[in-house]
Design a protein around this ligand. Structure first.
Ligand code: 5RP
Length: 221
């Protein structure tokens, strides 16, 4: 099984998990990335079982609409039953690094709005300690230097993702060389840097369920 097939089977596990609990009023939160794209494609087959979706990126919204799935503004909906999304790293406590695709802020907003966060990954994303994957931080453009210096002072090595502007009109700093032994604390500390919009540590918003795909099958974390 190659990586893409593993991603597809993790996505299918999420479909199997949510399907029995959907009804005509259900709103599903949808993440961003190649694993989530498999989820979106599989969601098309069960679109008669739920009401609509809310999306974490323009790219996912476009893919959902391409399948004839309704995408609503988050402010127009009440309860979001599930949020389903991939991750760049997953630790044993189900804390995550996300934002490799640059959609971390909207992902965090939709995850925070959902009753249950279902994360879908292939086994290469499992780590004991977060931080090998450079931590994405979304920053207001004029604060790029200020935020980078503050991240340096925290022991990281921030790198500007040049040429990339987020769906919110901001820039991204990818912070290397962090060993994130206290994810919840670091998430809060980075959020307090002036000019930071959000960072890719999902510890306050850890996944409730993680489906991990390996060649031997999908297991639940
Ligand atoms: C996007 C994300 C993605 O979930 C993360 O980058 C994983 O992507 P993929 O499923 O393509 O491996 O956080 O901002």
């Amino acid at each position: 099984m190659n990586e893409d097939e593993l991603k597809r089977s993790a996505a299918q596990a999420a479909i199997d998990y949510i399907k029995p609990r959907l009804d005509s009023k259900s709103i599903i939160g949808v993440g961003t990335g190649s694993t989530t794209n498999h989820f979106i494609d599989a969601l098309a087959d069960i679109r008669h079982l739920f009401d609509a979706t809310v999306s974490s990126s323009d790219a996912s919204s476009e893919r959902l609409r391409g399948h004839g799935i309704q995408v609503l503004d988050l402010n127009a909906v009440g309860e979001v039953t599930f949020y389903v999304d991939g991750a760049d790293e997953v630790d044993p406590q189900r804390a995550l690094i996300k934002g490799g695709g640059g959609a971390l802020t909207r992902e965090k907003i939709v995850a925070a709005s959902a009753d249950e966060f279902v994360c879908i990954v292939d086994e290469s994303k499992l780590v004991n300690i977060l931080g090998q994957f450079p931590l994405p931080v979304e920053v207001i453009p004029m604060a790029r230097g200020l935020a980078a210096r503050a991240l340096l002072a925290l022991g990281g090595a921030p790198e500007w993702r040049e040429g990339i502007i987020t769906d919110n009109g901001n820039i991204l700093l990818d912070v290397h060389e962090l060993s994130i032994t206290q994810p919840a604390e670091l998430e809060m500390t980075i959020n307090n840097i002036v000019g930071v919009v959000a960072n890719g540590i999902f510890a306050a918003q850890a996944a409730d369920v993680v489906f991990v795909a390996a060649p031997a099958g999908v297991r639940r974390l």
